[in-house]
Design a protein around this ligand. Structure first.
Ligand code: AMP
Length: 590
């Protein structure tokens, strides 16, 4: 069905064509013909991103009588932002409709201009409940000619405590009106409003998923609860071009995470209800203009933000309600673009992930938090990409070039590239040099458990500080040039040994993981075979070196008996450059 076939007027068709609406979205196909044909009450179960604003907005624009300078339609929305967005959308559908006045009224802004505009006469009022009630009480908003009321995001209005105001407003609008109620969820209170104020409403369900959800990839990372913030930073670093919202549960958490990110040099800001309206406006504007890359926000505050091309939605805290997850993740992957929805969870939240998966019919991909090395690699290629695509202002730069060429004359092309790249890249190397493994070590625990009862295979229960420098009786200690930074965990090490030593299951004893290299013990009769098999093998793309370790000194300094040097000292057997041995510093500012 086309907009024309649904009976949408030529003026509106022209306007929405300019907005890029080629064909109606499913919610529009269902609702627009009903509203243009008859004044049936409608309960719409629909998320943002489904096109519901146009579904109720187009008939409103088409059916308002511009000759009558009185409010004919009232649209209630939970936040000022959504209010402004709806009125902006309606005004854009009404671009070629002469004389239609659409007014947004909301709290947190001066009431005087709103009083004046109402006095001039408007046909459509888009309002937050509190402010509209205030205007009704001041007799500025006269609703006796209202024939249609829309309750948009009704569940959110209730969450924000607007139930009394909604009831009072509905009481003051003629009972023979047409009522439309849209909500992402249908709690009992909403059903009660529908039962009290609506007449035989028709139910329109636009799936439980956003129209765009097919384009969204859902990823879950599981870390220790205390590492969630570190995980967030790694994710942000792993996606250098990220443009997304980080959802938190409370205002306090939102502010805390945003503050930390800003302090750590990320291009982030916060959006929540404790901020004043002008601050919220300015944050949203900065985010819309992409001057802010990561917006840390509460669900409610993010509601009115109409940004469609997010690369990522990050759930720093998972919502209790799976529908809220849908709402959040529907902000990415819109209008045919691919999007990524990332949940950062800890083990106890496993059931929440399962609940979301089953109730909205999606599947999370379980991913590992990228290692320091993987992030550095990603950043490096991003840098190279940027360098390749940088715009060159020839007229400006040309004057300096001869001197620069002369100064750098002594460097080969390879040296030059190395130096330019290192200039930027060293900062990331510095930061991630001693970065720990963050993933919730599920395998770790399994192997530790195995080690307790099974001396032949597994990690012994001794701690590094308890190590006396002597291998267990009958075991040989081996140095390996892989550490936590390479993503090495005990289970991965054992798996690597099993994959590379053919024909036998090697009894592994104690394992000591360091950040850049590690030690492990194997039953002495297997030592040579293990060293021979692992030497030169590849672990996640890195070439592995192994040596027989040197006893107590080896444990402290990272030496093998073939002369490898200390972890904090100059060189280790890993292929990492010398500079990896510097102390970690703050993450580079962007
Ligand atoms: P909403 O669910 O009302 O927030 O709409 C989500 C987005 O879809 C908005 O950016 C609309 O401009 C856009 N949109 C609505 N209807 C259509 C349509 N028929 N074709 C293309 N885009 C649309």
């Amino acid at each position: 069905m086309t907009f024309e076939e649904m009976g949408v007027s030529p003026e509106i068709q022209k306007a929405i064509q300019e907005l890029g609406f080629e064909k109606p979205m499913p919610v529009q196909e269902k609702i627009i013909p009903i509203l243009l044909d008859r004044n049936t009450d409608i309960v719409g179960l629909a998320q943002t991103g489904t096109g519901k604003t146009a579904a109720f907005g187009i008939p409103i624009v088409q059916q308002s009588d511009v000759r009558v300078k009185k409010p004919q339609v009232v649209i209630l929305s939970p936040t000022r932002e959504l209010c402004v967005q709806i009125s902006k959308d309606l005004k854009s559908y009404a671009k070629y409709v002469d004389g239609l006045q659409i007014l947004a009224v909301y709290g947190g802004a001066s009431i005087q201009p709103q009083l004046a505009a109402l006095n001039d006469g408007v046909q459509v009022i888009v309002a937050t409940p509190g402010r509209l009630l205030d205007l009704i009480k001041r007799k500025a908003a006269k609703l006796s000619s209202v024939y249609r009321v829309v309750l948009d995001e009704a569940d959110e209005m209730l969450n924000m405590g607007f139930l009394d105001e909604i009831n009072e407003i509905l009481e003051s609008i003629p009972a023979d009106r047409n009522t439309l109620l849209f909500s992402a969820t249908m709690p009992a209170e909403i059903k009660k409003i529908a039962a009290t104020y609506m007449r035989n409403p028709e139910e329109v369900v636009i799936g439980t998923r956003n129209a765009s959800a097919e384009n969204v990839k859902h990823i879950v990372y599981t870390v220790h609860a205390k590492d969630k913030y570190l995980a967030l930073k790694r994710i942000a670093d792993f996606y250098p071009k990220v443009y997304g919202i980080v959802f938190c549960r409370t205002r306090i958490e939102t502010q805390e995470i945003a503050d930390k990110l800003i302090q750590d040099g990320y291009n982030a800001d916060s959006l929540h209800g404790d901020l004043s309206q002008p601050v919220r406006d300015s944050v949203m504007q900065k985010f819309r203009l992409r001057n802010v890359q990561l917006l840390v926000a509460t669900d409610v505050a993010a509601r009115g933000l109409d940004v469609n091309d997010l690369t990522h939605v990050i759930h720093y805290s998972l919502p209790d309600d799976p529908e809220v997850y849908t709402h959040r993740s529907g902000r990415t992957g819109r209008i045919g673009k691919a999007g990524i929805s990332i949940a950062i969870t800890h083990l106890r939240e496993k059931h929440s992930i399962g609940r979301i998966e089953s109730s909205i019919n999606i599947k999370f991909e379980k991913a590992r938090i990228p290692t320091g090395r993987e992030i550095c690699e990603k950043q490096l290629f991003n840098l190279i990409d940027k360098m390749e695509n940088v715009e060159i202002d020839n007229t400006e730069i040309d004057t300096y070039l001869p001197v620069i060429y002369k100064k750098l004359d002594w460097l080969s092309k390879e040296e030059l590239i190395k130096r330019f790249v290192s200039l930027e890249f060293n900062r990331f190397l510095d930061y991630y040099r001693d970065a720990d493994e963050l993933n919730e070590p599920v395998e770790d625990r399994k192997s530790r458990r195995a080690g307790r009862g099974d001396d032949d295979f597994g990690v012994r229960g001794r701690k590094m500080k308890d190590f006396d420098g002597k291998s267990e009786q009958g075991y040989t200690r081996i140095f390996i040039s892989l550490g936590k930074i390479d993503g090495l965990v005990p289970a991965a090490l054992i798996e690597h040994i099993n994959n590379n030593v053919s024909g036998t299951k090697v009894p592994v004893g104690r394992i000591d993981l360091m950040s850049k290299f590690s030690f492990f013990e194997v039953k002495s009769e297997y030592a040579e075979q293990v060293i021979g098999s692992l030497k030169g093998s590849r672990f996640r793309g890195n070439k592995v070196d192994v040596q027989r370790a040197q006893g107590k000194d080896a444990m402290k300094s990272g030496k093998s008996d073939k002369g490898g040097k200390s972890e904090k000292g100059e060189k280790s057997f890993s292929k990492k450059p010398d500079r990896w041995s510097e102390k970690p510093k703050r993450r580079p500012r962007r």
